[in-house]
Design a protein. Sequence first.
Length: 133
Amino acid sequence: MNTLIRSMGLSLLVLLIGGCGSQHPTLSSDGTTAMQKSLISIAVLKAKPGKQQALKQGLLALVEPTRTEPGNLDYVLFELRDEPGTFYMREAFKDQAALDVHFATPYFKQFAATADSLLKEPLQLIFLEQVSN
């Protein structure tokens, strides 16, 4: 498969081995409270020369539909001020299942299919552990 998906797969493997995200209480079916880890990450995407606008448009097309996904908690795109064409997507999903659903959406698959032609280097997906409120 393409570089984007391979890179994400490796990062997800690291996540599954080590775990990450912030914990928040959820009410279980028996009425007790359980801690659930949300997945928080920063995706770093660097455009090939001449592909900055195409990458930006592709990423922007992901924002609104992703925000409507039931398991999405945060999805915000940034561009590095001193390095146009370098984008950071701040992402948070309720859990691993919600992230898996995101990767399976038609709009994400469509973006992933074009990623190799847009990215200068493989996407870097950095998982974060929240340590403060």
